[in-house]
Design a protein around this ligand. Structure first.
Ligand SMILES: Cc1cc2nc3c(=O)[nH]c(=O)nc-3n(C[C@H](O)[C@H](O)[C@H](O)COP(=O)(O)OP(=O)(O)OC[C@H]3O[C@@H](n4cnc5c(N)ncnc54)[C@H](O)[C@@H]3O)c2cc1C
Length: 419
């Protein structure tokens, strides 16, 4: 039931990094934009917290980098991990061809809140938290005309009318599903169990630890907290849970006894962990008449190389330019062939990243099955560590840089800004 109708040029569904960046850029470009978010607050437990140097560059182009650096964060200048107790540098960011040789480790809530606050400075922007989109509204030709939503605080049904609906509502996108678009999911050779440890619980300098007993990844969250990831074979998780939390703790402690001790002190059972069903995928179609999907709603990256946030932010930057131009060149619903220019531009980059991740994912799956049998010298010899010695040219450099620096042809269309 519809209790009220809201009209905007663009309705962005989902205030994750993709939706928040796009809404901010559109607001700043004078576009009438409504940002609709299911959650009542900015808290996003167990979400991406890595922002590679490519995103840092885009924040600078948006003119917000100084403010972002005032939010709680850690700067990472090298990728390193502990291999059978020996710390190895996989990549020194100084060897990359960038003016921003560092990544940020920063949780999403403060950044999202900051972006919404900045967008809120423009009268043409409106934010609708605690509002869940339930389906698309279409006309007789099938073109998307808006969305239906529930404002949970007011207890009202809201109809949003828009010239374009942007589905930025994440991996389980309601917008994508309502449009009947397949998520294009692939099998993942591993899932990730995540848990958080408070400041000082473990002094983890490296971003991971490989031991005969398994693999752990560590990410500082800014402010001192640590997020720990434990990869498991998807079909093993049920058995791990059935064996009980003490057995899980022992598995983790066998890889890193410090983490085992911290789990004893700070975690209260499986309820303090979260299983990330990695399931990467690339949707068959990202655009239709009046509809554009971006970020995880269009393509779900696996956590390898922390690519989800960069891909979502790059999508938003590219979509901003295309949308402002498409909206200005006509009236009414923006036709699918105008929106497809966005998809044509972004799909090759996304597919390349996902292909690289799938290759790395197969190696992790192999490691989970056979790592305990491999002699340490063989593992040491087969792990690629560039440190300072990243090749100057060639395919290896291109692959490493595409993970670290993203798509360097993506640039914020500042000429669209009205201020
Ligand atoms: C545990 C974990 C660790 C990760 N680590 C990293 C990392 O280190 N680096 C990295 O780059 N990426 C990482 N990722 C991936 C990264 O979080 C995502 O790729 C990124 O958040 C995608 O941004 P997005 O804006 O497309 O979607 P999301 O961040 O998923 O945002 C979607 C938003 O839509 C809202 N929403 C959903 N449905 C509706 C609805 N029906 N109505 C209204 N709103 C709705 C959600 O509440 C959410 O706020 C990680 C993911 C997980 C789960």
């Amino acid at each position: 039931m519809t209790d009220r109708t809201v009209t905007a040029d663009v309705v962005v569904v989902g205030c994750g990094p993709g939706g928040a960046v796009l809404a901010y850029l559109l607001a700043r470009s004078g576009v009438d934009v409504a940002l609709v978010e299911r959650a009542a607050t900015f808290e996003r437990e167990f979400r991406g917290f890595g922002w590679n140097p490519g995103v840092v560059r885009l924040f600078d182009e948006m003119g917000i980098l100084d403010d972002v650096l005032d939010l709680a964060h850690e700067q990472v200048t090298e990728g390193s991990f502990s291999l059978y107790g020996e710390e190895v540098t996989v990549l020194d960011f100084d060897t990359l061809d960038t003016d921003y040789p560092y990544a940020l480790m920063m949780e999403q809530p403060a950044l999202l809140e900051y972006l919404v606050e900045r967008a809120g400075a423009y009268d043409n922007f409106a934010f609708y938290p605690a509002t869940t989109v339930t389906d698309l509204r279409t006309d007789e030709s099938g073109a998307v005309r808006g969305v239906r939503a529930n404002d949970r605080e007011a207890g009202e049904g809201v109809a949003f009318d828009a010239r374009v609906v942007v589905g930025a509502d994440g991996r389980y996108s309601t917008v994508r599903e309502s449009a009947g678009i397949d998520a294009g999911l692939f099998e993942s050779p591993f899932d990730l169990v995540w848990f958080k440890l408070p400041r000082g619980a473990v002094d983890a300098h490296a971003q991971g630890r490989i031991d005969r007993e398994g693999l752990l990844v560590y990410f500082g969250l800014g402010g001192g907290d640590l997020q720990v990831g434990y990869p498991v074979r998807p079909d093993n998780w049920t058995a791990i849970r059935e064996a009980g939390f003490d057995a899980f703790r022992d598995r983790v402690a066998a890889i890193d006894p410090r983490v085992g001790d911290a789990v004893d002190t700070h975690l209260d059972g499986f309820r303090d962990t979260s299983l990330l069903d990695v399931a990467p995928g690339v949707a068959d179609q990202w655009t239709a008449d009046g509809l554009l999907l971006l970020g995880d709603a269009a393509h779900t990256a696996s956590p390898i190389g922390a690519q989800g946030n960069p891909l979502a932010v790059e999508d938003a930057v590219v979509a901003h330019d295309h949308l402002v131009s498409a909206l200005a060149s006509g009236s009414g619903t923006v036709p699918g062939d105008r929106l497809r220019e966005f998809e044509t531009r972004r799909r090759p980059t996304v597919e390349r990243v996902v292909a690289l991740q799938r290759r790395a994912g197969r190696a992790i799956g192999f490691w989970l099955d056979y790592g305990e049998y491999a002699p340490p010298w063989l593992v040491r010899a087969s792990v690629v560590t560039f440190g300072q010695r990243l090749p100057r040219f060639g395919p290896i450099r291109r692959s490493v840089e595409s993970f670290a620096l993203g798509d360097r042809s993506v640039s914020v269309a500042r000429s669209r800004f009205v201020d």
